[in-house]
Design a protein around this ligand. Structure first.
Ligand SMILES: NC(=O)C1=CN([C@@H]2O[C@H](COP(=O)(O)OP(=O)(O)OC[C@H]3O[C@@H](n4cnc5c(N)ncnc54)[C@H](O)[C@@H]3O)[C@@H](O)[C@H]2O)C=CC1
Ligand SMILES: O=C(O)C1=N[C@H](C(=O)O)C[C@H](O)C1
Length: 269
């Protein structure tokens, strides 16, 4: 039997790439889309193609009247948490691509997921090469104490840091060795220029977010050691294609556990 999917953000940049990819599979079935701009229409025609028989709803509450197994969310930072909570309470598993949520939000979602016996996979970045950046960064952090993150994105990106940088910083803060840089309360000048902090004390990880025309999304982990430096960097291109395979992998796997997992890397081995 196919895995029945509700896709929130179905007409967006990523949603438009996911819709045809799901249609090409034998084991996944799109049963409803959510998009404010095309509500009430058929998703196929809303995307400029043939009718698909998939209705577009304006809210998750309306879409959840359709029997389904998994909600995939690629909407907006201010919308995603309510969507995920509604889906978990309705008995669906959830895959989150939308950025904007952090450790406290995922702790709350984890509680609700456990209450309802459902799985949730959230990845700041579903591309395989961005996932490898996280993997390599976590390995480097075992050997080098000092690390900071640079987050590059377009001028119009609404959230900072990116989901990619935030997941990386929160994961690194759990494992990193103490920094040798001056504590923030000893910084003279404008301490905010030292970036936003994730984690506590010497284990915090500082993220510096740039928002400039010409960037899509890039993330850089910079490790410094006496008289040497390691930079690990990922740059996204202009299409949403890199996120499709990882999102579909998560959709196939998410029924296999209860609670929240963060990162596509948690599914890689
Ligand atoms: N985890 C990952 O690998 C990736 C994450 N993202 C993140 O995914 C999110 C979506 O990105 P894009 O597709 O570029 O956005 P987009 O702006 O192109 O599309 C957003 C979609 O959400 C819908 N939407 C917005 N507000 C809504 C509401 N209140 N109710 C119902 N539907 C609503 C819009 O109608 C549209 O279909 C962003 O947070 C982005 O950072 C983007 C690419 C990859
Ligand atoms: O907003 C985007 O465009 C993207 N956002 C994701 C994030 O916040 O990390 C990642 C993706 O590469 C593009």
């Amino acid at each position: 039997m196919s895995i029945r999917i509700i896709l929130a953000g179905a007409t967006g940049w990523v949603g438009r790439a996911l819709t045809p990819a799901i249609a090409k599979t034998d084991d996944l079935q799109l049963v409803a889309g959510i998009a404010r701009s095309h509500a009430g229409r058929d998703l196929g025609t809303a995307l400029g193609g043939e009718p698909s028989g998939v209705p577009v709803f304006t809210s998750v509450e309306e879409a959840l009247a359709t029997p389904a197994d998994v909600l995939i969310d690629y909407t907006k930072p201010g919308v995603v948490k309510a969507n995920a909570l509604a889906a978990l309470k309705a008995g669906l598993h959830v895959v989150i691509g939308t950025s904007g949520l952090g450790a406290a939000d995922y702790a709350e979602l984890d509680t609700v997921a456990h209450e309802h016996g459902r799985g949730l996979l959230a990845a700041g970045n579903f591309s395989i090469t961005a996932t490898l950046l996280k993997r390599f960064t976590m390995v480097a952090a075992r050997y080098v104490s000092d690390v900071e993150i640079i987050d590059y994105a377009s001028a119009s990106k609404p959230d900072a840091p990116s989901g990619t940088a935030r997941e990386l910083a929160e994961a690194l803060a759990e494992v990193r060795q103490p920094a040798t840089s001056r504590p923030i309360d000893e910084v003279v000048g404008v301490p905010a220029t030292r970036g936003g902090a994730f984690g506590e004390g010497a284990h915090e990880v500082r993220v510096h977010a740039l928002r400039l025309p010409s960037f899509v999304l890039g993330v850089e982990s910079i490790f410094g050691a006496p008289d040497e430096r390691l930079t690990i960097r990922h740059d996204a291109g202009s299409s949403a294609a890199p996120y499709v395979a990882g999102t579909l992998l998560a959709t196939r796997k998410v029924q296999g556990w209860v609670g929240v997992r963060r990162g596509l890397d948690t599914l890689l081995d």
